[in-house]
Write a protein that binds this ligand. Structure first.
Ligand code: HEM
Length: 539
């Protein structure tokens, strides 16, 4: 037995050391790319990059080294951080050359199963073909009342926090926005009302509470573990899912509960379809159709169908909730801006009433320039997913929009990326480029979205407003239109009802837990929290 274990250990060490050796050989051609000096062989630059207030060091390095720079990961592995527009377009536009790294694909499987986020190549194309119609603008317009109703329920539940004669309450807005986002996804995508704004009874809804914040918060150990995982074969990576840690237990519970719900929803939908009811375009109808489809271009297996439910719930819930939370934070710091946005909301309602409508309609959202500017600036300044990792499948030459100076002093406008290099697609970095956004790129300033101010359009990227927030290419966010309507409805209903301010003595910082979460500075638990002071707006 002991000999067997010894052999297994020796095998593992040999695999690791050979992989590391070949890795170094391959990544040597990155030696000429500039980047910060590594402060530790064990951690490289990763502690500065991903721990503490997220983005602070990364933005400094971007300023020093340019839109592409090299970062040391653990054990001397070199990674490439890319915020250059052309390079991002190349990397994200060619998923066959730059697929997800196996360990990140595995993380996607642990979090969401084998759905669209996990799939690659022709399988991914098939998933995308099936899901695309559910996210078309026309389909989303039809869902407008659902967004509106939930946003109102959110405002009304927060209003219940005020007891008689109370002028202000301090409330952590995080759980509220997360519940509202989950309720919208449940109803709009799957016709399943979680009603989590009304009660905490639903076990599936409860399992989403702080899911990423509790399981994905970074620490020195997780940095090293991540670095080791990339040298492991996928079969070993799978064992990771079985670890008896609190974080993995939380993820497993969430997955099991969501799987149970998905099976139930699919069965019920199949009954409806068998009954000859007309087909709809919501996500559930699309994936159930795909399950029974005979066409190999659109056929989905039961596992893929169930995984789509987990994928849409997580991808849609965490991102929108966090974005809306950051928007409230920015508005809470700027009462004047808040008043102006509130006035625009009031005028939009007044115009709807004047034309004889009792309520806003979807097209009203297109005529709110100030609210839209706040949304764009929040998406720019606080991208929910600040980066995404890809691994070069083969050697490639990647063009740059902005030339960089190499270690040897040469100015180059293309770089060579060797196979196996991990590329960090740095969306947060792109969103702060002074060459694109101007010298005030590091300030939250909605006036950059005014028509008169021209944003550099030599560089355009992404699916919306030249932002990298939803990334771009065939794997860019499928749900961005959904997100925008939802985000806007949250702002409209919340600002119509409340004034927000920062409670005295509170400083918020941004931490990375796959998504960027707010944490109260000095809180040793580092839990996701955004306490804001709310007061009621007089009618
Ligand atoms: C502000 C809100 C949102 C942001 C910032 C956001 C951002 C992103 C980003 C950056 C990606 C690419 C990730 C990667 O490749 O590593 C992505 C993919 C995706 N998003 Fe979103 N998202 C948002 C809202 C939504 C919503 C509301 C839904 C669904 C209702 C959704 C569904 C998806 C799906 C399914 C993918 C995978 C697409 C694919 O691989 O083809 N997202 N999102």
């Amino acid at each position: 037995m002991f000999t067997l274990l010894l052999f297994a250990f020796a095998g593992l060490v040999l695999t690791l050391s050979t992989s590391v050796f070949f890795y170094y050989q391959k990544s040597n051609s990155l030696a000429n790319i500039r980047g910060p000096l590594s402060t530790s062989w064990l951690y490289g630059n990763m502690r500065e990059f991903s721990l503490g207030e997220y983005g602070v060091r990364a933005f400094q390095w971007q300023k020093l080294y340019g839109t592409v720079y090299k970062l040391m990961n653990c054990f001397g592995e070199r990674r490439l951080v890319v915020a250059d527009q052309k390079a991002l377009q190349f990397v994200l536009g060619n998923p066959q050359l730059f697929p997800r790294a196996p360990e990140h694909k595995e993380l996607a499987r642990i979090l969401m199963g084998q759905g669209i986020f996990w799939a690659e190549g022709p399988d991914h194309k098939r998933h995308r073909t099936v899901m695309q119609p559910s996210f078309a603008a026309s389909q989303l317009k039809a869902l407008f009342p659902c967004f509106q109703e939930t946003a109102r329920m959110l405002a009304s539940q927060l209003q219940n926090k005020f007891s008689t004669n109370e002028e202000n309450v301090v409330e952590d807005v995080c759980p509220w926005l997360h519940k509202a986002a989950l309720d919208i996804i449940g109803t709009a995508a799957f016709g399943h009302p979680f009603n989590s704004l009304l009660s905490d009874e639903n076990a599936v809804a409860r399992s989403y509470h702080n899911l990423l914040a509790d399981s994905m918060t970074r620490g020195p150990l997780s940095i090293v573990v991540d670095a080791i995982l990339q040298y492991m074969p996928v079969t070993l990576l799978r064992l990771f899912d079985k670890l008896p840690t609190k974080a993995m237990r939380k993820l497993r519970t969430n997955r099991a509960l969501t799987l149970g719900l998905a099976k139930d929803l699919v069965e019920r939908k199949l009954e409806v379809l068998k009954g000859g009811m007309e087909s709809e375009k919501d996500v559930l109808s699309q994936i159930v159709h795909a399950n029974v489809s005979q066409d190999p271009q659109t056929k989905m297996t039961p596992v893929e169908v169930y995984s789509q439910v987990s994928t849409i719930m997580l991808a849609g819930e965490e991102t929108v909730a966090n974005t809306a939370i950051w928007a409230l934070y920015e508005l809470a710091q700027d009462p004047e801006l808040q008043d102006k946005v509130r006035e625009e909301i009031r005028e939009t309602y007044a115009a709807a009433h004047a034309r004889g409508d009792t309520d806003l309609c979807a097209t009203d959202l297109d005529n709110m320039p100030l609210t839209t500017a706040v949304m764009k600036e929040t998406l720019r300044f606080h991208p929910a997913l600040p980066m995404s990792l890809r691994k070069a499948a083969e050697d490639s030459i990647v063009p740059l929009a902005q030339s960089i100076t190499t270690v040897s002093g040469e100015v180059v406008n293309e770089i060579s990326i060797p196979a196996d290099t991990i590329v960090i697609a740095n969306s947060a970095g792109y969103n702060r480029l002074e060459s694109v956004w101007g010298p005030d790129a590091h300030l939250f300033n909605i006036s950059r979205w005014a028509k008169e101010r021209k944003i550099s359009h030599d560089a355009t990227l992404g699916m919306y407003a030249n932002l990298a927030t939803f990334l771009s290419g065939p794997r860019g966010c499928i749900g961005y239109r959904f997100a925008l309507i939802e985000f806007q409805m949250f702002l409209i209903e919340l600002l119509k009802t409340f004034r927000f301010s920062i409670p005295p003595g509170i400083r918020i910082k941004r931490e990375l837990a796959l998504v960027t979460i707010p944490v109260v500075d000095g809180d040793p638990t580092r839990s996701q929290r955004m306490p804001l002071q709310l007061s009621l707006v007089e009618e």
